[in-house]
Design a protein around this ligand. Structure first.
Ligand code: ATP
Ligand code: MG
Length: 240
């Protein structure tokens, strides 16, 4: 089982948008997928409720019970668990980082988002979890993103090569609980979702039983950085 946590101390950076799209992508690739929303606003869960009974499965959970929920998901045979977290919630974010194999942190190319990056890094370092930033809502033209990339890399952190543009396709399908790749499969948004999912580098063993149609990892993104001690706790990319 692979646990992905979306953590960013900045509100509105795109945690729920990425959590939903990546959970749906995991399901579409044949993984038994669960989205756990620990944000008390439950915005991701509310959007997913509009899907009715359609998978992936969704649950809301108090941050303090997350560890139990992850164990229950493991026993229930889930392959992929996505945890969506609230902004400005150090304790809850730390709990999510603690149970995760990888933390994905969306960041918009703005100085306001950059200011919150340090707080996010601190939470993940304490949890000793691999972490990857991904630029979100990148404008089609104009705004310089080099400054944001530099600032993150200067902190010794990895930024995925995959960037999500500012696109309506990431927004309007939510009205029906759907995602860009379901509503506009040939769109740029859909390929950005696919590429970001690939960049997570979920170990093949997690997806092994999926069979002939199993997803093949592509070299589309930078691997998450692992500290020496985190590496020691990892086997084949999975926290042990
Ligand atoms: N790539 C994108 N293109 C267009 N709109 C986007 C994109 N990413 C996010 N949004 C929109 O930006 C807003 C904030 O996104 P989202 O709710 O995913 O952020 P969040 O980090 O979960 O916020 P919070 O911290 O409040 O939980 C939403 O209205 C969402 O539809
Ligand atoms: Mg959110």
């Amino acid at each position: 089982m692979f646990v992905l946590a979306l953590v960013a101390q900045k509100g509105g950076s795109g945690k729920s948008t990425m959590a939903i799209h990546l959970a749906v992508e995991g399901h579409r690739r044949g993984m038994k997928t669960l989205l756990v929303d620990i944000d008390t606003q439950a915005s991701a869960a509310k959007i997913m409720d509009r899907r009715g009974e359609d998978p992936p499965d969704v649950t809301t959970e108090a941050a303090g019970r997350l560890e139990k929920a992850i164990e229950a998901a493991r026993s229930a045979g889930y392959d992929f668990v996505v945890v969506d977290t609230a902004p400005q919630a150090d304790r809850a974010a730390a709990q999510a980082a603690k149970v995760a194999n990888l933390v994905l942190s969306p960041v918009q190319p703005s100085i306001v988002d950059l200011d919150a990056v340090d707080a996010t890094i601190d939470v993940c370092k304490l949890a000793n979890v691999p972490m990857m930033f991904a630029l979100n809502r990148v404008p089609a033209q104009g705004q310089e993103i080099a400054g944001t990339l530099d600032a993150i890399r200067k902190r010794g952190m990895q930024v995925s090569n995959v960037r999500w543009g500012e696109r309506k396709a990431f927004r309007y399908p939510f009205m029906k609980g759907l995602t860009a790749q379901e509503v506009e499969p040939g769109s740029k948004a859909a390929s950005e979702v696919k590429n970001l999912f690939d960049a997570l580098r979920i170990p093949a063993s997690t997806q092994a039983h999926i069979g002939a149609g199993a997803h093949v990892l592509m070299e589309t993104g930078a691997p998450a950085r692992r500290s020496a001690s985190a590496q020691a706790r990892m086997k084949d990319g999975v926290k042990v």
